[in-house]
Write a protein that binds this ligand. Structure first.
Ligand code: CA
Ligand code: CA
Length: 90
């Protein structure tokens, strides 16, 4: 399963593993959790026009323990969600 994203200057096709790597890269403080701010950077990078809205949707979908951030355990669920929304990402 892959996702097609439009980024500048071109577009790319990402697998689940590549997508997961992008999320992990944006864990700027390296604490194994993606905060709202870190998630926002991922969606900006993926070319989303409404990154804040995407962050809210992501948290309501994948933040299973409700602490307001995505842990590595929850990241698999988030990646599945992003792959599922596919073209609607933007
Ligand atoms: Ca972090
Ligand atoms: Ca969480």
């Amino acid at each position: 399963m892959t996702i097609h994203v439009s980024t500048k200057p071109g577009s790319m096709v990402l697998t689940a593993e590549q997508l997961k790597a992008i999320f992990k890269e944006q864990d700027a403080d390296g604490n194994g959790r993606l905060t709202r701010e870190e998630l926002r950077k991922v969606y900006e990078k993926l070319g989303s026009r409404y990154p804040d809205w995407r962050v809210r949707r992501s948290l309501s979908h994948a933040d299973t323990n409700g602490d307001g951030s995505i842990s590595l355990d929850e990241l698999d669920e988030l990646v599945k969600y992003v792959l599922k929304i596919g073209y609607n990402l933007h």
